[in-house]
Design a protein around this ligand. Structure first.
Ligand code: FES
Length: 105
């Protein structure tokens, strides 16, 4: 069994005011609370982790879901909820929030 079915890294990079950064702490906390409430957190299920800069700041705010390596751009809790419900629970990609692979238009 894999340690986690889905391992989510939320970019929580901070930078001085005016500089581009994801600042995802609030969304990380939301996602952690939601997977706990839904009973899908822990070994053999899902984990939410803090990430520093993922190197694609201009496309942020970002999170990435492994093992698929799917990158999402989120705006608010509704977006996170959709990722949780569709991807983490339903194993479906949330097309509307996808960040294009580098080189894709
Ligand atoms: S600050 Fe989030 S990708 Fe760089």
């Amino acid at each position: 069994m894999k340690q986690y079915t889905h391992h989510v890294f939320v970019c929580c990079q901070e930078r001085p005011a005016g500089e581009q950064a994801c600042r995802g702490q609030r969304m990380r906390d939301y996602a952690k609370a939601r997977i706990k409430a839904l009973g899908i957190d822990g070994e053999g299920k899902c984990r939410i982790n803090t990430a520093g800069c993922l190197g694609r700041c201009a496309e942020g705010p970002l999170l990435v879901v492994y093992p698929e390596g799917v990158w999402y751009n989120w705006v608010d809790e509704e977006d996170l909820e959709e990722i949780i419900q569709l991807h983490l629970i339903g194993n479906q990609i949330v097309e509307r929030l996808l960040v294009p692979e580098p080189g894709e238009a």
